[in-house]
Design a protein around this ligand. Structure first.
Ligand SMILES: C[S@@+](CC[C@H](N)C(=O)[O-])C[C@H]1O[C@@H](n2cnc3c(N)ncnc32)[C@H](O)[C@@H]1O
Length: 228
């Protein structure tokens, strides 16, 4: 499968069965045990990141690009905490849902802004660029291109999360839980932490903070890197 197919399949998935599945996982309604585990794991990643950024005490001064924002799980609390957030996602269904949730939670449509956009087509300049749990959908070569592109949009900092290759065996056993049923065609790619750090460094960034979230069915390595 080539990378163009990966992107097309991912987009279709998050506009159909993937949308229904992940909207529920990233919600607060009833879900099965596996989905609940993933929901809790993802929330831990979001909470860790929010704790980092709030501890810096400068959110109100920051412009933040949230690339692959999903239903707004991070963008909405970031805007609530005072940051100016530019959120985007390749799936129009995810973006529609994010807009609705944002309106319900924050009562305005100005911040965050949500647009349907492939992250490789994003332009502009932001203090911080964030891309959470998106790289899992792309093989290393494409992920490296994506990281380089996102780095070019960040004046100060880039924050990424990905499923690390260390957990390959346990994760591969569970991959059916990530993409059940007909959408098994959607693949989950693991990335070596060393490869991600190397590509960040080659773009002029160095890692500052890192955190690993690991539950039974959810694995996510979070890295924050700033311009050297
Ligand atoms: C597992 S979800 C994570 C959502 C969100 N970042 C979060 O952590 O709540 C992955 C998201 O990445 C989006 N995505 C995948 N490929 C993308 C691309 N090339 N550009 C923008 N978004 C993309 C999907 O549509 C989906 O909403």
């Amino acid at each position: 499968m080539n990378v163009v197919d990966d992107k097309k399949i991912v987009k279709e998935y998050f506009n159909s069965t993937g949308f229904d599945r992940w909207r529920r996982i990233y919600g607060d309604g009833e879900v099965n045990k596996v989905q609940l585990d993933i929901r809790n794991g993802h929330q831990q990643t979001v909470d860790t990141l929010l704790d980092w950024l709030k501890a810096d005490n400068n959110l109100a001064e920051l412009s933040i690009c949230d690339a692959g924002c999903g239903v707004g799980s991070l963008s909405i609390p970031l805007a609530e905490a005072g940051a100016k957030v530019y959120a985007s996602d390749i799936s129009e269904k995810m973006v529609e849902e994010a807009k609705e949730r944002s309106l319900q939670t924050l009562g305005n449509a100005e911040n965050p802004t949500f647009t349907t956009q492939d992250l490789e087509k994003l332009s502009g300049n932001y203090h911080t660029v964030i891309c959470l749990d998106v790289l899992i959908h792309y093989p290393q070569e494409k992920a490296s291109e994506m990281i380089s592109h996102l780095a070019s949009l960040a004046s100060s900092r880039i924050i990424l999360s990905f499923a690390p290759k260390t957990f390959a065996l346990s994760l591969l056993k569970k991959i059916g839980s990530f993409f059940p049923g007909p959408s098994k065609a959607t693949r989950a790619y693991l990335h070596r932490k060393a490869d991600v750090i190397r590509i960040l460094e080659s773009n002029g960034f160095s890692v500052q903070r890192q955190s690993m979230t690991r539950t039974r069915f959810y694995f996510s390595q979070l890295l924050e890197a700033t311009r050297k």
